[in-house]
Design a binder for this molecule. Structure first.
Ligand SMILES: [Fe+2]
Length: 333
């Protein structure tokens, strides 16, 4: 028997998502019904009050397994092993508490919208992406746990609903993107927009590192609903893309279309802004949402967040595909 859960939909200030309050600790019982709540809520759950995970990190992995058959082992993914949890390799640490950490993004410029609001919309707000879209098949779900968040009004995580954004697209844009593929690149591979704008020449790919095409419109394998599946600056390939078969490069027809679609995707009515409290878990569906991080003062504040990534149900178009990021020699063993 599973414990009752209290569900409130949508998330405050948003048109999607749900807050879920558990009646029993995770250490006593796992809330088996959560995947259905996630689907019903449009792909985003906030579960507050799970501070027990800090002392028992394996609980986050157990919770992750509710959402799919495979939880990523970061020992197989990371070149910078320093970011994996010491004892639980399924946990990726997003933190400034190790040397050589990835710095938080810069604040937007200008800091506020023309009417004085916190900016969420691309291109004023940057960094919008869905996790690991440069891999095929891409992952389904991410879980993010606040061990030690920074103070509110900084270090937020923003989400945009690809389902709501798709439904509201004007007919001509729906038609233009219906059978398009985006070309997604791994951040750090030198294929990003800034490198293309600077006229740099990207280095060669190893076969398993190549940019990967993904449909711009994905049909969700659980809900059957269509969602926009697209990223921007550093997670698209701006040399051969951003779209397959369209004029490439940062000034081409592809760039114009990407800017138009991403500006629509991140309209404030499709966005939720999460201000973190210690012990929060967010569960998001990468198949139908994009997200981005915001600035905090990494020189003065300490932040520790734990992420897990769940795979296993990317949808029929990926059926039978081998994992694109595993080198052939290793896959053959
Ligand atoms: Fe992410």
């Amino acid at each position: 028997m599973t414990a009752p859960i209290d569900i409130s939909m949508p998330l405050p200030g948003a048109a999607f998502g749900a807050t879920v309050r558990l009646s029993r600790p995770l250490g006593e019982t796992m809330p088996e019904g959560l995947p259905q709540v996630l689907a019903d809520a449009g792909g985003l759950l906030l579960i507050p009050g799970l501070g027990e995970i800090t002392a028992a990190p394996q609980l986050l992995v157990k919770l992750s397994y509710l959402f799919g058959p495979e939880v990523e082992d970061y020992r197989r993914l990371l070149t910078r092993m320093i970011l994996a949890h010491d004892e639980v390799p399924e946990i990726f640490q997003v933190t400034n508490m190790v040397p050589n950490f990835r710095r938080p993004p810069d604040p937007p410029s200008p800091l506020l919208t023309p009417d004085g609001k916190f900016p969420v919309q691309y291109p004023q707000r940057e960094g919008w992406h869905t996790d690991q879209s440069y891999r095929r098949p891409p992952p389904d779900i991410s879980l993010f746990y606040a061990v030690l968040p920074v103070d509110r009004k900084r270090g937020q995580t923003l989400f945009a609903s690809g389902t709501l954004a798709y439904d509201a697209l004007p007919a001509h844009l729906k038609e233009r993107i219906a059978s398009l593929e985006g070309l997604h690149a791994q951040p750090g591979s030198g294929r990003d927009r800034a490198s293309a704008l600077a006229g740099k020449t990207p280095g060669p790919f190893a076969p398993h590192e190549r940019s990967r095409p993904q449909p711009v419109v994905r049909t969700h394998p659980v809900t059957g609903r269509k969602a926009i599946y697209l990223c921007e600056a550093s997670q698209m390939d701006w040399f051969e893309g951003p779209f397959v078969g369209m004029e490439p490069g940062p000034h081409g027809e592809g760039a114009k279309l990407l800017d138009e679609v991403m500006t629509h995707y991140t309209r404030p009515e499709f966005v939720y802004v999460h201000e973190w409290t210690e012990g929060d878990v967010l569960v998001w569906d990468n198949r139908c949402l994009i997200h981005t991080a915001t600035w905090y003062d990494a020189d003065r504040e300490k932040r520790m967040m734990w992420r897990t990534t769940v795979r296993g149900n990317p949808g029929a178009i990926y059926e039978g595909e081998k994992k694109s990021w595993i080198p052939e020699a290793e896959a053959a063993q």
